[in-house]
Design a protein around this ligand. Sequence first.
Ligand code: GLU
Length: 305
Amino acid sequence: MPTGRFAPSPTGDLHVGNLRTALAAWLFARSSEAGFLLRFEDLDEATASVDSEARQAATLRRIGLDWDGEPIRQSERLDLYRDTIADLTKAGLTYRCWCSRREVREAAAAPHGRPGAYPGTCRDLPACRIADLEESGRPAAVRLRCSSTEVTVTDRLHGRRSAVVDDFVLQRGDGTPAYNLAVVIDDAAQGVEEVVRADDLLDSTPRQVHLQRLLGLPIPDYAHVPLVLAGDGGRLAKRHGAVTLADRLAMGDSPARVVAVLASSLGLDVPEHEIMPRSLVDRFDPSALTPEPWTLATKQIEAAW
Ligand code: GLU
C-alpha cells in the first residue's frame, strides 16, 4: 500500500500553516487510499519535548486527521542513523569537519562561494592539520563527500529542479545525526512513497535524493506545498497572533471551520462554512494546488474565520 506521512518537529504548538501542510499530506494519502503515518522528528534535544508531541497529536486529531499505528520518534532510532554513518564512513564517503556555522557562512558568501553551500574547507585536510584540530578539542561534524554531484528532483508542484549537492552534514558536532540523514532512513524504513511537506524543504530535497541513491533506497514522490505567510511577508509564526488551533477556538472558530478555511486555501471547492477532512477526500484534486504561498493579512488572523 502506498504510504504518506506528516513529520513535525515537536518543538511547540502547530500553527495553521503546519496544519495546512498536515491536511494536504493527509488528503494526498487518503484520497488514494494510502496509509498515513505520523513521525516525530525530535532529534534536537534542546527544543523537542514529549509535551509538544502530545499537544501536536491532540491538535491533529481535533481537526479530524488520523494516522495508522503508533507514531515513531527519531530519538529512539539513533543507532540506525549511526550505523548508516559508520557504513558510509567505511566506504570512504565521509569526512570530519571542524568549521563553525559562522565560518561556513562566511566562506559561502565569498566571491566564488554558493550561498548556503559548504565550500569544502575540511574536505581534504592534510594529516598534520587534522592532528592539530583533533588536539584542539573542537567538536567535529561528519559530512558526506558529494563531489559536486548534480541531482534532479521532480516535484508535483514545482516540476523538475536540478541542484548541485554540497558536502552536507550527516552528524552534527554534538554527535546528533542530522535531519537529512534521519529523514531519508525513516522514509525508507517506513515505506513512505509520497512525501508531502512544506516548500521550505524543497532546497534540501536534492541532498536527500542523493543520499537515497547512495544507500540504494527508493526515491519517494515529492510534493512541496507552499508556506503560509503573514501580511508582513514573513513566514507565519506565533508572533503574528491567533495562529494555533487553540487560538482559533478561543476566537470562536470550530475545528471544522478551521478545516474549511485551510481546505479552500488549498484550492478545494468548499461551499460549506464548516467541514471535516473525511468529507473532503472525494473532492481533493492535487492539480488544484499551486506553488504560490497563502498570505494571511493581519485582519484575517485577528478575526474569526
Ligand atoms: N520535521 C520537519 C519540520 O517540522 C519536516 C521534515 C519533513 O517533512 O521531511 O519542518
